[in-house]
Design a protein around this ligand. Structure first.
Ligand code: ZN
Length: 134
C-alpha cells in the first residue's frame, strides 16, 4: 500500500466563528475554503499549507460525530488524514491484518475525496482517516 503523506489534521471546534481567527492569523497566506459535508453533519473550514491542511470541523447537528466527540473528549485534534494512492487496496490490507475499520467501503468526503476511517481501537486511540484524491 502506498501512503502519499499527511493530507490534513482535523480539529473539532465549538463553532467556526470563534475558532477561525487564530488560524486566519497564522495561515493568512494559505488558500482557504469552506464546505458543508451533509453526510458527516459538519461545516468545515480548510487552510491549505500546501504541505498538509488544517481542517476545522463544526457540528451542524447535536448528533453529529463532532458534537459527540466534543461532549466526550472536548474540542481539539479529532483525526489525522493520510492520503493514499489506492484506498480500496489499503482498506483490504488493513482488514486482512485484523485492523478494525469504521468504513469497510470508501465513501465521499470533503473535496470529493474517497475516504474511510480506521477505528481508534486499532490505532492506539487516534482516529485515522484515509483519503484518495479522485
Ligand atoms: Zn478529515
Amino acid at each position: 500500500m502506498k501512503i502519499l503523506g499527511i493530507e490534513h489534521v482535523g480539529i473539532a471546534v465549538d463553532d467556526l466563528t470563534s475558532a477561525t481567527p487564530f488560524w486566519e492569523l497564522l495561515l493568512k497566506d494559505c488558500n482557504k475554503y469552506s464546505e458543508k459535508v451533509e453526510d458527516q453533519k459538519v461545516n468545515t473550514k480548510i487552510f491549505d499549507t500546501e504541505q498538509g491542511k488544517i481542517e476545522l470541523l463544526e457540528a451542524t447537528t447535536d448528533d453529529s460525530p463532532i458534537a459527540k466527540f466534543i461532549t466526550k473528549k472536548g474540542r481539539g485534534i479529532h483525526h489525522i488524514c493520510l492520503q493514499v494512492e489506492n484506498i480500496d487496496e489499503v482498506i483490504s490490507e488493513l482488514a486482512q491484518a485484523g485492523i478494525l475499520m469504521i468504513d469497510q467501503q470508501p465513501r465521499i468526503g470533503t473535496e470529493g475525496y474517497k475516504i474511510a476511517f480506521v477505528h481508534p481501537k486499532s490505532t492506539g486511540g487516534v482516529l485515522v482517516e484515509l483519503a484518495e484524491k479522485q
